[in-house]
Design a protein around this ligand. Structure first.
Ligand code: G4P
Length: 531
């Protein structure tokens, strides 16, 4: 994957932009926190924890949403590890936000998959993995909670290979488990890594050895456990595929590290793995050509918009993944969709606990651009070239409800609020061509509650969500005359989305099939490319 690519300037080559995916409770927050700790971005463990806990209950979740400052700075975090610059992009934890997660994954070059050593591959892990697979993202695996009773190591590896259809190669091998867990044998560097149980934030001892016959091993590992380790590693070398960076980079193999995030164990090795074996910033596709990170002109795209971080000022931050070039503060970039230049005078880089104005950024980095609504998800910024990055889809929502303002005179205000959320990507908003009210579509039911609470909080507008007569939405495309015909004869089913694009609403799959059968020039699709 990298071999036939041009050599990147060192500033770009040292960047690693990735996300962490996991099933809730596997330890993503704890791992993130340890990354920040070892990356020097926070001084003390515990600063991110509060957020992880807040995520657990609905009411706390709303509270967190109110405190948007925290959630926005945690959406993308930059920190240094050794000579590398890590950009860690947060994926929303709740399964109701899978669309947001999907978009986030278009902005990264790799993912770390965290699994719980006792639970193995869980439903949400599997779903997120499938999304990574669609883009052949390289995936590093971290098997967490080895300080607790966990499954047999071979069993865990087999489960990943079978459920996710990917080759797994052990980067480390655990020594003991639960109470007896001592640490790991680093299979790639022939080292013994020992866990420090006394201090959770300290990294334990690392002992360089020369193979599993090294007499030094006996000083650290009881005889019976050493015997088991030797047998297991020998078996693993025989039965499991050997590490191959090429295969890791093309997404067909995942190296697995074993550890305990809460005990800071295995985290450094995982970070070193991301630095050493993870991908450099990758080329990205546009509607006209592929853009390489080494290109000198700046390009980038918006993959996330967070609005109303401060309810008093209606500001928004657009998260931009830089695809190429060296960005400098004050640059004028072409906003391709509207065809106008835009001065980027106050870009922010997201350091762990704060957002900071940044003077420069490179391909691979994520910058935040505060704006008043000009930037939307999917927008492309360039130094003039009229290209559009492709690949950010918009999914048809799975749940539809009608939204009405508590006070009917406030319908215009409601429209404004809903459009803003639609642009932010928090919901789909459809305006029916006949009748009043708006139809709001989401992927998970919790989003209705979050929306109602945000509309009230940020716009002072109490709203009601009511069951809608429709259950499915499809975007309409095709030959103009054929589309017009469909629109004219199905008026009560037609609406427009926030971009003004035509949508067909129905309760019956049968209706969708019928239209496609009767009007061959028309297509009804469940996704729309936002860029
Ligand atoms: P998440 O973001 O993936 O949802 O997981 P999070 O890090 O919040 O961790 C979920 C729970 O697992 C937390 O326990 C956390 O302390 C625990 N945990 C994380 N890593 C390890 C580990 O290596 N070993 C063990 N034994 N536990 C781990 P909790 O009880 O929900 O919260 P807390 O009371 O510990 O804060």
């Amino acid at each position: 994957m990298l071999d036939n690519r041009p050599t990147l300037p060192p500033e770009i080559a040292r960047r690693r932009t990735f996300a962490i995916i996991s099933h809730p409770d596997a330890g993503k927050t704890t791992l993130t926190e340890k990354f920040l700790l070892f990356g020097g971005a926070i001084q003390m463990a515990g600063q991110v924890r509060a957020k992880g806990e807040a995520r657990r209950t609905r009411s706390d979740f709303m509270q967190m949403e109110k405190d948007r400052g925290i959630s926005v700075s945690a959406s993308a975090m930059s920190f240094d590890f050794e000579t590398y610059r890590f950009n860690l992009v947060d994926t929303p934890g709740h399964s109701d936000f899978s669309e947001d997660t999907y978009r986030t994954l278009t902005a990264v070059d790799a993912a770390i998959m965290v699994i719980d050593g006792a639970k193995g591959v869980e439903s949400q892990t599997q779903k997120l993995f499938e999304v990574c697979r669609l883009r052949d993202l390289p995936i590093l695996t971290f098997c967490n909670k080895m300080d607790r009773e966990s499954r047999d190591t071979f069993e865990i590896i087999d489960e990943i290979q079978e459920n996710l259809a990917i080759d797994v190669t052990p980067a480390s091998w655990p020594i003991g488990q639960g109470r007896d867990f001592l640490g790991c044998y680093d299979m790639l560097h022939d080292r013994l890594e020992l866990m420090d149980r006394a201090d959770r934030n300290r990294v334990g001892e690392s002992v360089k050895i020369s193979g599993l016959d090294d007499p030094k091993l006996a000083q650290h590992i009881p005889a019976a456990m050493l015997e088991t380790l030797r047998e297991e590693v020998e078996m693993a070398r025989e039965l499991l595929p050997a590490f191959d960076r090429e295969q890791v980079l093309n997404g067909s193999m995942t190296p697995i590290w074993f550890g305990s995030a809460i005990n800071s164990f295995g985290v450094r090795e995982l970070m070193a793995g991301m630095a050493e074996f993870g991908p450099e910033p990758q080329p990205l596709n546009t509607d006209k050509r592929q853009i390489g990170p080494e290109e000198t002109k700046v390009t980038g795209f918006v993959f996330k918009v967070q609005a109303n971080m401060d309810p008093k000022h209606r500001d928004r931050v657009a998260f931009v993944r830089l695809a190429s070039g060296h960005f400098q503060r004050g640059m004028k970039l072409q906003h391709v969709r509207v065809g106008k230049p835009m001065a980027v005078s106050n870009p922010v880089l997201f350091l762990a606990s704060d957002r900071e104005l940044t003077e420069e950024a490179w391909a691979g980095d994520i910058i935040g651009i505060p704006n008043h609504g000009q930037l939307r998800i999917g927008d492309t910024l360039t130094e003039g070239e009229a290209v559009r990055f492709t690949g950010i889809p918009s999914f048809a929502p799975e749940l539809l409800q009608t939204c009405r303002a508590g006070d009917p005179l406030k319908a215009k205000h409601l429209e404004k609020a809903l459009m803003q959320f639609a642009e932010e990507g928090a919901a789909k908003v459809f305006k029916p061509s006949i009748g009043s009210g708006f139809i709001v579509g989401v992927v998970g039911a919790l989003q209705f509650e979050v929306l109602a609470s945000r509309i009230e909080l940020e716009y002072g507008l109490p709203v009601r969500f009511e069951p809608s007569q429709f259950t499915s939405a499809r975007w309409i495309s095709g030959e103009k005359a054929a589309v017009e015909k469909v629109v004219n004869v199905n008026k009560q089913h037609i609406a427009t989305d926030h971009d003004g694009d035509l949508v067909y609403l129905t309760r019956l799959q049968w209706d969708i099939d019928r239209i496609e059968r009767d009007h061959p020039g028309v297509k009804l699709t469940a996704t729309k490319e936002m860029m």
